[in-house]
Design a protein around this ligand. Structure first.
Ligand code: AR6
Length: 167
């Protein structure tokens, strides 16, 4: 699968058409990768996000990238982990699926994802990695529009989890 790569790095520095943000339902910013993306993009991103009317868990919305190297930001909201019986697996899969679908709709060819829900939202890392990689592989198998998907891991533990599932 040469159209999918697992890398270690900072997603705000990725030179791709779109980066994905692990946002919250308000889309008005927060900590973690969300905070880093807003900081790097500048206040205009927040201004545009105010017009998007939030986002439901598992869904995705698109904005400009402003001062980021990426032209677009796709905002998706992962599930908060509540033990696994509140549809968390499906909602996480929907984040990846809906973000990729929105990318295709907007003619985006290269896209970078962070590890959605595995920080503040406490989704178990190995389980999240399995879901993410399987959704991305399945999507790329049937859709030929997207040229490259990067899974961008911020730390070693995350990198190991996604690399393991990638093999
Ligand atoms: N580049 C790539 N990955 C990053 C970066 C970065 N610059 N910074 C952090 N990560 P989290 P969540 C990783 O908590 O669990 C926010 O406050 C981080 O190490 O950012 O979906 C939102 O507003 C972890 O592996 O997202 C929501 O309220 C991964 O990104 C809430 O957190 C996700 O961690 C969403 O929580």
């Amino acid at each position: 699968m040469d159209r999918l790569a697992v890398i270690k790095g900072d997603i705000t520095e990725c030179k791709v058409d779109a980066i994905v943000n692990a946002a919250n339902n308000s889309l008005l910013g927060g900590g973690g990768v969300d905070g880093a993306i807003h900081k790097a993009a500048g206040l205009e991103l927040l201004e545009e996000c105010k017009t998007l009317n939030g986002c439901k868990t598992g869904e995705a919305k698109i904005s400009g990238g402003y001062r980021l190297p990426a032209k677009w930001v796709i905002h998706t909201v992962g599930p908060v982990w509540h033990g696994g019986k509140q549809n968390e697996d499906r909602l996480l899969a929907n984040c990846y699926k809906n973000s990729l679908e929105l990318a295709v709709t907007n003619d985006i060819k290269t896209i970078a994802f962070p590890s959605i829900s595995t920080g503040a939202y406490r989704f178990p890392l190995k389980r999240a990695a399995g879901i993410a990689i399987s959704v991305m592989k399945k999507f790329l198998d049937r859709d030929k529009n997207i040229q490259k998907v990067y899974m961008v891991c911020f730390d070693d533990k995350t990198f190991r989890a996604y690399s393991y599932n990638f093999l």
